[in-house]
Structure formats: C-alpha cells, structure tokens
Design a protein around this ligand. Structure first.
Ligand SMILES: [Zn+2]
Length: 116
C-alpha cells in the first residue's frame, strides 16, 4: 500500500504510477499490471480523499472552537481554504493509496501468481 502512496507501482514497486501530477499510467512500465483495469479506482480514490478531507475539517473545527472561538468566522474561512488545498494535493496520494489497497485485497488483475 505504501508503494502506491509514494507514487510507485503498488505491485512491483519499480514502475512509476504517475505520468504527471494527476495522470496515472494505464499500465506499469516495469511489470505491466493494468491500473485502469479496476475501473472504479478513481471513485475509490475520491472516496478516500473526501473522507480524509472531512476528517481534517472535523479536527480543524474542534481546534477552532477550543482555541479561536472569538474569531470563528475567519477561522472557518481559513479552514475551508486549507481543506480545499489539502483535497487537491492529496488526490494524487489517495489514488496511489487506493491502487495499493486494490493490490492488497487482490482486486487488481496481475496475471502473475498469487503473492498474498
Ligand atoms: Zn509494476
């Protein structure tokens, strides 16, 4: 899973996962596993991303109420901004993470022997 997270092929750890910051390679350049074959990997990555963004907002909200309750409005605006930036930046990692998850659960078609 960590391999996908750092932008490497979750299966072999050698091939690069990303063509550009957001574009993912259709297959691994090293082992040839098809990343797009899972079909719903973008949806899954989006799900991870949304959950984490909401989690961040939740933590930030608690922090605001406790430490900055007299400036709640400014705090909320700043928090929304941070959440948006986090959401955009983290999407890349969420995609890698999701692919790693697919490999871990065996959903990614490998064409190789099972490795657990
Ligand atoms: Zn690979």
């Amino acid at each position: 899973m960590l391999r996908g997270f750092i932008g490497r092929c979750p299966l072999c750890g050698k091939g690069k996962l990303f063509r550009s910051y957001y574009d993912i390679h259709p297959t691994c350049s090293a082992c040839g596993v098809g990343y797009e074959a899972t079909g719903n990997q973008s949806t899954g990555a989006m799900g991870i991303n949304i959950v984490l963004t909401i989690f961040l907002g939740f933590i930030g909200g608690i922090f605001l109420v406790i430490y900055a309750s007299d400036q709640l409005m400014q705090g909320l605006l700043a928090l929304l901004l941070i959440m948006s930036i986090f959401h955009i930046i983290f999407y890349r990692f969420a995609r890698g993470l999701w692919l790693g998850l697919m490999v871990a659960t065996g959903d990614l078609e490998t064409g190789k022997d099972e490795r657990g």
